[in-house]
Design a protein around this ligand. Structure first.
Ligand SMILES: [Zn+2]
Length: 291
């Protein structure tokens, strides 16, 4: 009797196990474009893992995983921007997943262990309404969050620092890999500020975002490691660009900042302060010099 019970228990265990396996196989087959088995785009709204998103929009109940959003040409363009930003910042693998359908006006970057980025179809088409450079900008911003998650940046804590640094890295990227002509950048920041800043998001005000983007762009004429880009960005932003700072004549150049970089950056501090305070308007901002 004991033996029969044991056999029956074993049979139940085996059947449970095979049931689980079947379930997994079924889900994998059902959703080859899903980043995780059983995950739906609408589940992302409640995902407890660390992430940064481009908007406060939630993924809708009818959204679904797809290997193409908008069309294959624009999906490939987005992939290329994601890969180009990843390679510039020395990340060799930043997986990209796509959520299609209605209720997908968002892009998210996930921290470890996921380390992937999800783009929504409405986010891509919204960016394309402004121009392809807006896609490049948001792609680089999301990859910058991967740099932060994986390498422990920003080095400076404080409200909005994560988002402003991601904008700075995106400005650096645009200059390095997209265009050396500043006036082409206009649609990128117009789109960025159209989707954030409101609704209590952590992305910073529109003038703050513009100054962060411009600071990253200016730093983009040098070849900086991620560590130096982070360090220089916050040194100039916090010491000079923020209101009330940068007026002291006693400020001494930190030993570990290159003297040519420092001299050049100091020549741009009034401009950056005026962008940050809003004294330089959006239209004036669009027509600043390349250097
Ligand atoms: Zn962000």
């Amino acid at each position: 009797m004991k033996q029969v019970l044991r056999l029956m228990t074993l049979a139940v265990l085996v059947s449970l196990q095979s049931c689980d396996n079947n379930e997994i196989d079924k889900n994998t087959a059902k959703d080859p474009n899903s980043p995780e088995i059983g995950l739906l785009p609408s589940h992302l709204n409640n995902a407890g893992t660390a992430h940064d998103c481009a908007t406060v929009s939630q993924f809708g109940p009818n959204s679904y995983w797809s290997n193409t959003i908008v069309n294959s040409t624009e999906t490939n363009f987005l992939k290329q921007q994601n890969n180009s930003a990843s390679s510039l910042f020395g990340l060799n693998n930043v997986p990209l997943y796509f959520a299609a359908g209605s209720g997908t006006f968002n892009a998210l970057s996930y921290g470890p262990p996921a380390n992937y980025i999800i783009w929504g179809e409405e986010m891509l088409s919204g960016a394309l309404n402004y121009g392809r450079i807006a896609v490049g900008y948001i792609a680089a911003h999301e990859v910058a969050h991967q740099v932060q998650f994986r390498q422990g940046y920003p080095s400076v804590t404080g409200a909005s620092n994560t988002e402003l640094e991601a904008d700075g890295f995106a400005g650096y990227y645009l200059r390095k890999r997209y265009t050396t002509n500043w006036t082409e950048v206009d649609p990128a920041y117009r789109f960025a500020q159209s989707i954030a800043g409101a609704s209590g998001s952590s992305h910073g005000s529109a003038p703050q975002r513009r100054s962060a983007l411009r600071l990253g762009w200016l730093l983009g004429q040098y070849n900086l490691s991620n560590s130096n880009l982070d360090y220089y960005f916050f040194y100039y932003y916090n010491s000079y660009v923020l209101p009330g700072n940068g007026k002291s004549t006693n400020m001494v150049k930190p030993k570990d900042i290159d003297s040519n970089v420092h001299k050049y950056m100091l020549s741009k501090m009034d401009e950056l302060k005026d962008i940050n305070s809003g004294k330089i308007s959006e239209d004036e901002f669009a027509n600043l010099s390349n250097n």
